[in-house]
Design a protein around this ligand. Structure first.
Ligand code: SAM
Length: 411
């Protein structure tokens, strides 16, 4: 076994988003914070209940909902990001064969027409420095594609599939690299005359891949809600048997930042400020305006683990690192938000219901933030019992960083 393979095994990469690539609908879009469908499948099989109602209150790309539906369970998904709610709904819906045939027909028509469309005057997303994302030839093809999708009169489920394919294509032909934990820009030496043709061919392939996934019937039903995991009772009654989820980690990763290209092309973002505003509504968000708000955030409630939390925050402050004060507040606010979530989760779980959180710890200036321990304590304080913490995998070359499963039962 080579060194890279050994490292990949120790990090259990088959439990990360990488495992989703060739797994039908699970591979529709690559979202790095997504977990592997296998992790969810094993947990749902392990729960040993007949047709549990499943809930994922931080549902992201909808992995939990799709696995639940594949296993014949009903599921409720909640996310604060409207693009992800749209995507999860498209990914977990049942499509009739006649609907899919119509989509294939419309897509073929678009591919025939597309190369002849003059894109000069067409709408393009107001994405900052768009030229860093796409060369002019690819941008023109994407603009024509978006225009032709807008012009179709397919009912929404069909249009959604064309847009999912557009999302795949726009990343495939962009200069953004998704090989890291989050996005960066890579230089490419392609482009030129062949680029538009490649973009159309790529979209045609992407439509094919999306339609192939959509053809698989799902025995369970999924409802995707735009909502807040800190106030689940606003969207759901007490009906949940298994809560399986992965909340944001306390590592300053911004989902809105990673999702920007999709969100602009699908018009969920119309101006740069919106991205920061949306990130402020997310737990752990610090993109744009959210950063300055975290900087002046003050707690309004006591947390049951105030002592330990205060010590960690104090050590982060004392580290003298860049933005240490901001990061100390960030960790405090993150924990405060998760406390709100745990109390809310207790309100939607049926007696005997099981909650499973997949979460990674984090580190600022060498100071480890042991969120898995804090989750365990907060769950007990929120009324849960039988709490356990197990290591799922090592995350990267930093020796202190792991991913954990924190599990608890609601009495
Ligand atoms: C780690 S990701 C989940 C990824 C998911 N397990 C998957 O496989 O795609 C965390 C998600 O939490 C969402 N989120 C953040 N704050 C939230 C809140 N207050 N309520 C609901 N969802 C929230 C983010 O938008 C993000 O999609």
């Amino acid at each position: 076994m080579g060194a890279a393979e050994t490292a990949s095994r120790t990090r259990n990469e088959h439990l990360t988003f990488r495992a989703n690539r060739d797994a039908g609908r699970h591979g529709w879009l690559r979202l790095t914070p997504a977990y592997s469908h296998r992790l969810v499948a094993e947990a749902l099989e392990r729960c040993g209940r007949q047709r549990p109602v499943v809930c994922d209150p931080f549902s992201g790309s909808g992995t939990t909902g799709l696995v639940a539906a594949e296993q014949g369970h009903d599921a409720h998904l909640v996310d604060v990001n409207p693009f992800l709610v749209w995507f999860a709904a498209a990914k977990t819906r049942n499509y009739r064969p006649d609907e899919l045939a119509e989509v294939a027909e419309v897509a073929a028509h678009i591919v025939r027409q597309g190369p002849g469309v003059d894109a000069a005057e067409l709408w393009q997303p107001p994405l900052h420095r768009i030229e860093r994302w796409w060369r002019p030839e690819e941008l023109a093809a994407l603009k024509a594609l978006r225009y032709l999708i807008d012009e179709t009169d397919l009912p929404p489920p069909g249009t959604d599939l064309l847009l999912v394919a557009l999302c795949r294509t726009l990343i495939a032909v962009s200069d953004a690299a998704f090989d890291h934990q989050s996005m960066s820009f890579a230089s490419r030496d392609s482009g030129g005359d062949g680029a538009p043709a490649r973009t159309w061919a790529r979209w045609e392939d992407d439509v094919g891949a999306v339609l192939a996934g959509a053809a698989t019937p799902l025995p369970g039903r999924v409802a995707a809600h735009l909502g807040d995991a800190r106030a689940l009772e606003e969207d759901l009654p007490r009906c949940v048997d298994v809560l399986f989820t992965s909340p944001p980690y306390a590592n300053r990763m911004s989902y809105v930042r990673e999702l920007r290209p999709y969100m602009y092309w699908l018009r969920y973002l119309t101006e740069p400020r919106d991205a920061g505003e949306l990130d402020w509504t997310a737990i752990g968000g610090t993109w744009g305006v959210a950063t300055s708000r975290v900087g002046s955030w003050e707690p309004t409630q006591e947390l049951p683990l105030d002592g330990e939390l205060a010590e960690v925050c104090e050590r982060i402050r004392d580290s003298g690192g860049r933005n240490a004060e901001l990061l100390a507040r960030y960790v405090h606010k993150y924990t405060d938000d998760m406390w709100r979530h745990f109390r809310s989760a207790a309100g939607i779980l049926n007696p005997g219901g099981r909650a499973i959180y997949v979460v990674g710890n984090s580190s600022f200036f060498g100071e480890v933030v042991p969120v898995q321990e804090w989750y365990a304590q907060l769950l007990v304080e929120a009324g849960f019992r039988d709490v356990s913490v197990t290591v799922i995998r090592k995350r990267n070359s930093n020796r202190a960083l792991f991913e954990y499963a924190v599990e608890a039962t609601r009495p």
